[in-house]
Design a binder for this molecule. Structure first.
Ligand code: TXA
Ligand code: MG
Length: 318
């Protein structure tokens, strides 16, 4: 198993040796390696069992430092960076040569993120290279929101997990690209569309597959638990034996399923709290060995939009 600790110096040592670590961020935990080192990048893909056509996000400590590996930053991107970085936002920007095609899967843009988690920021400030990091889950499974989640699934493949506690945002960053002057949201995430639009005006939302940015929907499911997850509405009458059915609700329990089989995202109806608990609660229910888990969609506003996106992707498509 990996060592789990809060020792930044130890994390730096492991990273400098070309190894990968578990990295806490405010969104989800990352699997991080030196973005300038091809061996580290290869390790990330191997440990995660991720196809190399799926590019990685590069993490740095400030927009000024991003200029080391980014050719230019459009005005709209600068505006967004000023408002929301550090934070749960990733910007697609033209890359310099120093970022290899391995990182971007051959794309001309690199995904840039400045996490706001204090441990991550502190680490990034002390390093003289940026960190490439996808979410620290095996490809296709739910993203991790605690050091323990990372250890459970990847602990035997990595040396060190920097423990930053539970992630505060709980869902991945919002990804924004700039195409011919148009601002496009490629992944709904921890920064609500409404907040983005308040700064740069109307944006286009393009459904995007995490498994392949160029061919959406190639994989049937993503961010998925092992147990079948099905979307229902809260009052659904379940006719089958309910002892083997789990329920992940938003504010209210389902009247038709045993209470001990149920978890709520936010009894007070708070969308931020729901986002924060989403993946951890999915994992808890997934570990219970149910035949299937029912869940419901949340209001399609604020973070509810990104949460619904993750729920739909986690749902078994038949
Ligand atoms: O919150 C987050 O963004 C977390 C934390 C660890 O920072 N990271 C994360 O990384 O979610 P990952 O690899 O699980 O998701 C990154 C997404 C993928 O869907 C990938 O296809 C997309 O970003 N991506 C990366 N570079 C891209 C690029 N140049 N153009 C389009 N999509 C890109
Ligand atoms: Mg991911």
């Amino acid at each position: 198993m990996a060592i789990i600790g809060k020792d930044i110096e130890q994390a730096i040592e492991v990273l400098k040796a070309g190894e990968v670590i578990g990295l806490p961020t405010e969104t989800v935990y990352g699997l991080a390696g030196n973005a300038y080192n091809s061996e580290s990048i290869t390790k990330i893909f191997t440990v995660k069992n991720r196809p190399t056509f799926d590019p990685l996000i590069v993490h740095t400590s400030s927009i000024e430092r991003a200029c080391e590996f980014v050719k230019e930053i459009p005005e709209q991107a600068q505006l967004l960076a000023k408002h929301f970085m550090p934070g749960p936002l990733t910007l697609l920007l033209p890359k310099k040569e120093v970022i290899s095609d391995l990182v971007t899967s051959g794309l001309e843009t690199v995904a840039v993120r400045i996490p706001s988690h204090p441990l991550a920021l502190d680490l990034l400030k002390k390093l003289d290279f940026p960190l490439a990091a996808p979410s620290a889950n095996p490809f296709g499974y739910i993203s991790p929101t605690s050091a323990q989640h990372v250890d459970n699934q990847l602990g035997d493949k990595i040396k060190y997990i920097l423990d930053g506690g539970e992630c505060k945002v709980g869902i991945e960053s919002s990804i924004i690209g700039f195409f011919d002057g148009e601002i496009v949201v490629l992944r709904k995430g921890g920064l609500a569309i409404e907040e983005i639009e308040a700064v740069v005006g109307k944006v286009r939302i393009e459904e995007h597959s995490s498994s392949n940015p160029k061919a959406p929907g190639m994989l049937k499911s993503h961010y998925a638990p092992r147990t079948r997850l099905l979307i229902t509405c809260n009052l659904l009458l379940v006719e089958e034996d309910t002892s083997k059915i789990g329920y992940l609700g938003f504010e209210k329990f389902s009247p038709n399923i045993p209470l001990e089989n149920q978890l709520l995202l936010s009894p007070s109806g708070d969308l931020s709290e729901a986002a924060q608990k989403l993946f951890a609660n999915m994992r808890l229910l997934d570990a219970r060995g149910f035949d299937k888990i029912y869940t419901e969609l949340l209001p399609e506003k604020g973070l509810g939009r990104a949460i619904n996106d993750r729920i739909k992707r986690a749902t078994t498509q038949e």
